[in-house]
Design a protein around this ligand. Structure first.
Ligand code: FAD
Ligand code: NAI
Length: 466
């Protein structure tokens, strides 16, 4: 065999698996069909979206909050091409970093489309049609996902767009219609809303970010009212049409009525689907489920021994850090170690402002499971740090076991909660009680005090600053 491990796909699942395989002394290769490494996350996902979220937030603050801070600016303008260029530079630095990591860990990189010839042989076809075959004892499928679409919403990628095009627009939309008020809708809707677009959300469910704790969606919607936003919940889109410079969206309102919206761009953000096209899985006998996901067991091994799958292409949350944990898990499994992933404690973050973050069970899940719980909450308006920075929107909510006080879930919306959620993950990994966190010193003034206070409130209704 040419290699111990060959990884197909270089997103956060694949490249982290490669790094860990390299660290463990395995002869490793990675195959990526695009010219740059890093997959969806680094090229058209996590990193570019955060770059635009940061730029647009600076603009929003400059136009909306600087004056209150005593900073007066005149004639502010958005230079969208420059904003997009800066995003491109951030992406380039990050993807170049992956090239360096592959070299450092002695991972051989192949550029081209990988497909199975049999369970140990992969054919690599480059963009000019050139081919070569490599063999490996183990193969890791890390081919990720693509935006989902439905026949009634034809994507033309010009006016009716996915997140990929939304990260490269040449103008700020006047009226952006967003189908799906989930994570991508909330984040990219925020980007263009802050830059001055009117943003209308048409959502199937009854709230924003409906899979997160219910309080979060309500609070996020309230905060997003500061932008020029409209929300149409419980609406099912029946048609989207590009009429030149105008996009018309029609939806059923579930009450027998019809909603018609006209905008200049329509962002379709209705979820993502696993990507296995061109892999020729059948040549190796690898099975998929009814949703197109590669089926894996508790060791992330497919039905074919020696072939593993990780990240967006298998079951579970479609998140970069979940894919990364699985990359490490597979590498360690291959060398005979016994790694472990606690899927309940993979945090979820939405990078709007205020940021939303959650880990563990939601209140809705605890109710459905019939687990007796108590709640403690602390609003950021009671935080001195939040008042100092004028970031008083949001709250921290802690759910703890009614009898034992063990923390079962933490859900926060507010300033820097994307970073703050790490404390909750650590606490829950060590099975802390709410009182444990309530009795630990948190630097003052920091946003993190809100978690301590919410824990005190959950323990015994004894928050100190409210
Ligand atoms: P991917 O990153 O999709 O990588 C798969 C790679 O495999 C791709 O490079 C693809 O070209 C390659 N490939 C596919 N088939 C083949 C083949 N046959 N041969 C060779 N190469 C192949 N997640 C977060 O946790 N935080 C965020 O902030 C976040 N923001 C996001 C923002 C947006 C706009 C989007 C779209 C997604 C975001 N995500 C975020 C989700 C995150 O990007 C994915 O969960 C993550 O990239 C999945 O990693 P992966 O390794 O499974 O697959
Ligand atoms: P999503 O699952 O978060 O949201 C999709 C939304 O579209 C849901 O609220 C759903 O109810 C709605 N929807 C589905 N079909 C619809 C229809 N026909 N009409 C109206 N609404 C409809 O998916 P999204 O936002 O596309 O993101 C895809 C994935 O990318 C997410 O699952 C997430 O894991 C990942 N991601 C993560 C980010 C992060 O971690 N910050 C940021 C962006 C994406």
């Amino acid at each position: 065999m040419d290699y111990d491990v060959v990884i197909i796909g270089s997103g956060p699942g694949g490249y982290i698996a490669a790094v860990r395989c390299g660290q463990l002394g395995l002869k490793t290769a990675i195959i990526e069909k695009y010219e740059t490494l890093g997959g969806t996350c680094l090229n058209v996902g996590c990193i570019p979206s955060k770059a635009l979220l940061d730029s647009s937030e600076h603009y929003f603050n400059a136009t909306h909050t600087f004056a209150a801070h005593g900073i007066e600016l005149k004639d502010l303008q958005v230079n969208l091409p420059q904003m997009i260029n800066r995003k491109g530079e951030v992406v380039k630095q990050t993807t170049d970093g992956i090239k360096f990591l592959m070299k450092k860990n002695k991972v051989t990189t192949y550029q081209g489309m990988g497909s199975f010839v049999n369970k140990n042989t992969i054919l690599i076809t480059d963009k000019n049609g050139g081919t070569q075959q490599i063999t490996s004892k183990n193969i890791v499928i890390a081919t990720g996902s693509k935006p989902a679409s439905i026949p009634s919403i034809p994507l033309d990628k010009k006016r009716i767009i996915t997140s990929t095009e939304a990260l490269n627009l040449k103008e700020v939309p006047k009226h952006l219609i967003v189908i799906g008020a989930g994570v991508i809708g909330a984040e990219l809707g925020s980007v263009y809303g802050r830059l001055g677009a009117k943003v209308s959300f048409v959502e199937f469910a009854g709230s924003m970010i409906p899979t997160m704790d219910g309080t979060m969606g309500k609070e996020l919607q309230r905060a997003m009212k500061k932008l020029d936003t409209d929300f149409y919940f419980n609406h099912k889109v029946t048609s989207v049409e590009n009429k030149g410079d105008e996009v018309v969206v029609i939806a059923d309102n579930n009450k027998g009525g019809t909603l018609t919206l006209s905008g200049d761009y329509c962002l379709v953000a209705i979820g993502r689907k696993p990507y296995t096209e061109g892999l020729n899985l059948e040549k190796a006998g690898v099975q998929k489920d009814e949703r197109g996901r590669i089926v894996v067991d508790e060791h992330l091994q497919t039905n074919v021994p020696g072939i593993y799958a990780i990240g967006d292409v298998i079951r579970g949350a479609m998140l970069a850090h979940k894919a990364e944990e699985e990359g490490v898990f597979v590498a360690e499994t291959i060398v005979g170690q016994k790694p472990h992933i606690n899927y309940l404690l993979i945090p979820n973050v939405v990078y709007t402002w205020p940021e939303v973050a959650g880990v563990g069970y939601t209140e809705e899940e605890l109710k459905a499971k019939g687990i007796a719980y108590k709640t403690g909450a602390f609003p950021f308006k009671a935080s001195g740090r939040a008042r100092a920075s004028m970031d008083t929107d949001g709250t921290v909510k802690v759910l703890a076991d009614k009898q034992t006080d063990e923390i079962l879930g933490v859900h926060m919306i507010g300033p820097r909660t994307a970073d703050m959620i790490a404390e909750a993950v650590v606490a829950m990994e060590f099975r802390a009680s709410a009182e444990d966190i309530g009795r630990m010193s948190h630097a003052h003034p920091t946003y993190t005090e809100a978690l301590k206070e919410a824990c005190l409130a959950a323990t015994d209704n004894r928050a100190l600053n409210i």
